[in-house]
Design a protein around this ligand. Structure first.
Ligand SMILES: *Cc1c(COP(=O)(O)O)cnc(C)c1O
Length: 392
């Protein structure tokens, strides 16, 4: 007996990793250069320069050669010293998870945690820091993807800066899909990657490091060196005349270069707008079918991911499987705490095109009848189309 052959999805509307732009696929197929070839060293410097333009920073960002979890763990390992008190802000699975890394390096981790369909209140951060002036580092996940919710990073960043602490921001799934940059939120370390809104492959971390954060890492005797978790090792690696500490991911750099070209050529503001229009249309369509959004308020719903609450009586895994089986569309489940409670549609990179919202609404609604619930799919698609037309 042979196994049934699995075919690739017709469409991947996930919240990361995402489908790549055609130009990125071409970029990924470029020759694999020898990393110490002078042409590659110059290319590497040029790509980091494009990343700096995209991230709108003064200093050159650091590229680490593993998907963004590496950048986040490296930020915890490098920045947090043994004597530090860290305030971890948790409004979802990623925010909460960062606290576990922080706990491996800090003297103490204190936490503000809110329900995973809500967002962190900057006033609560301000009040907390007033009570705990010993907090040196604050960590925040800007878009907690498994919840599809956005935290007010700018306001929180201003509070943290006033307090004189360093902020670590996980902007992995928001940067490139909306207007958020390291300096907007006074980030000490701002971590993102190519495999979400930039529409490239998983395999790299992009970190912006402020001068204060460099100083802090250099004064931390336990900051990793000669390690995959080291940020310090890579400080000067972007320079064409400096060696790499380890072999960089050459193919991923080719992909990132192409993705940054797409981003800068089309224009960040134009790209953010299509992310926002797609998410709005998706939310309108979902709600017109009588389904509920997962975020407690639409104002905190992400423009790069729409999380839809699983209706009573429906098993999430069955619903998602029906979407895949009947229509060939891949969508995302929740993760850990939110697993089974919601389905996520990503609007990231190439799939942040409004018409994909109509597709998403059609397959979400259409699949429900296969798992025992009937909704008005036509009303959902009509509402999505109306939203698309209204935001043009
Ligand atoms: C995707 C993502 C990461 C990277 O982790 P994965 O292993 O790719 O899931 C980190 N933080 C956030 C908020 C993400 O969305």
């Amino acid at each position: 007996m042979s196994k049934p052959k699995l075919t690739w999805p017709v469409m991947t509307l996930t919240s990361g990793p995402v489908d790549a732009y055609p130009a990125v696929l071409r970029g990924l197929s470029r020759p694999i250069a020898y990393d110490f070839d002078p042409a590659f060293q110059q290319f590497y410097e040029d790509v980091v320069g494009k990343a700096r333009t995209a991230m709108r920073t003064k200093e050159m960002p650091v590229i680490l050669h593993g998907e963004p979890v590496l950048g986040l763990e490296a930020a915890a390992a490098s920045l947090i010293a043994k004597g530090d008190v860290v305030l971890n802000l948790a409004s979802g699975v990623y925010g909460k998870g960062f606290g576990y890394w922080a706990a491996q390096y800090a003297k103490e981790v204190v936490e503000i945690e809110v329900p995973y369909n809500d967002a962190i209140d900057p006033a609560a951060v301000e009040a907390f820091l007033r009570k705990r002036p010993d907090v040196k580092i604050v960590s925040l996940c800007h878009h907690d993807t498994p919840s599809g919710t956005i935290n007010p990073a700018r306001e929180i960043g201003a509070v943290v800066a006033r307090h004189g602490a360093l902020l670590i921001v996980d902007a992995v799934s928001s940067f490139g899909g909306m207007g958020i940059h390291p300096d907007d939120c006074h980030a000490g370390i701002f971590v993102t990657g190519p495999n979400k809104c930039l529409g490239s492959a998983p395999g790299l971390s992009m970190l912006s490091v402020s001068s204060g954060a460099w100083e802090k890492m250099k004064s931390n005797p336990d900051a990793p060196r000669a390690s995959m978790l080291s940020i310090l090792d890579w400080e000067n690696a972007w320079r064409h005349d400096q060696p790499f500490p380890f072999t960089p991911s050459v193919a991923e750099m080719n992909g990132l270069d192409a993705a940054l070209d797409v981003y800068l050529d089309e224009g960040p503001e134009v790209i953010w707008k299509r992310h926002d229009r797609t998410a709005r249309a998706c939310r309108a369509g979902v709600q017109a079918m009588g389904l509920d959004l997962w975020p407690v308020r639409e104002a905190i719903a992400s423009p790069t991911t729409t999380a839809i609450a699983v209706p009573a009586g429906v098993v999430e895994a069955d619903w998602r499987a029906a979407i895949r089986t009947h229509y060939g569309v891949a969508v995302s489940s929740g993760r850990s705490e939110t697993l089974g409670k919601l389905i996520r549609v990503g609007h990231m990179g190439p799939t942040a095109q409004p018409i994909y919202a109509a597709v998403a609404v059609a397959v979400l609604g259409g699949a429900l009848k296969h798992v025992g619930k009937t909704v008005d799919v036509g009303a959902g698609v009509a509402a999505a189309m109306e939203s698309i037309d209204a935001t043009a």
